[in-house]
Design a protein. Sequence first.
Length: 367
Amino acid sequence: MSLIKPFSGIRPKKKFAKQVTSPNLSYLNNYKLTKKLNFVNLLNAKSINKSKKMLQSLSDKGIIQQDRSNHFYLYRITYNKKKLLGIVGKINLENYDDKKILGHEETFMERIKKRKEQLLKFNSQISPIYTTYKSKPSSLKKLNNIFKHKPDYNFKSEDKCRHELWVIKKANTEKLLKNYIKNIKKIYICDGHHRIQAMLKSKKKIAPMIIAFPEKQVNILDYNRVIKTKLKFEIIKKIISKNFSLNISKKNKKLKQNQIEMYINKRWHTLQLFKQSKELDVTILRKLILNKLLKNNKNIKFVSGFKGKKVLENFVNSKKYNLAFKLYPTNISEVLAYAEKNKYMPQKSTWFHPKPLDGLISSRIIS
């Protein structure tokens, strides 16, 4: 039995696609969005009911429409001359219990409850859950061949990436894709742990929409932290110096494993762990620094590496936060290893970039 199944997707008419789709909400601070008809408005609505009405309005006006039969969808993202080749379909959550769908990251219970309420009321998934799978070079050649046909959608979005979507209707192409999917034995959740947990706790028969990328193509950026603390620099320095050497960073410093950069008093400092550790840098930061500086997570803001060092500096220089920590990115091999061992990384350990657009392919959660 294949883990990924076809479904009846909801998508915009081609002439509206670029106009209504949107980069993932987590990117929105980086773009000046000027479009009026956009999934951003839907996602930023003041209530779930307003979001539902806006989605229904898009359907009533013929801007989005649901396919009449089940299909697989292919999704390609091109960025910096690199390509991500994704298969979009649905999965059975029973495979989560069978350890065929694996997660790697801790979740926040409050966010799971909120997600559960949102998903059941809204009853729509406007972007697929980001997943990966183990692949061989020989099988990737076969996948590349399936992507050779002309896409149904092809445009650049505000995230400066090219997004292409194929609706698989031809019998011979579908057969090739089904044969390829049969070789995917496990699916690893990359981004979407809270949504998966919310669906599992809903006690409804839900089949999540996912996008599955080969692990060799997946790109992970650093996921950084800015924090609020009343502690003075000398106290912070004393806490850090128990486990790290602390030096002013060189310009354009490139971090290595077991190194963390800290920004305070308008200066970057490199923290080098005294004893080499096999633990994740995000775990080292939490255990040896954050747990000693803070009582809880309320005074931490998580900032993606996509936004660069300047954003971290701005948070601290504005005095909204006192200091920033920049981390070495987690590796995809570490993600898979944690998932296989049923171990969980700290929340917000990984930032996967780029991501599929909101609204290009959607699905009903409960039919």
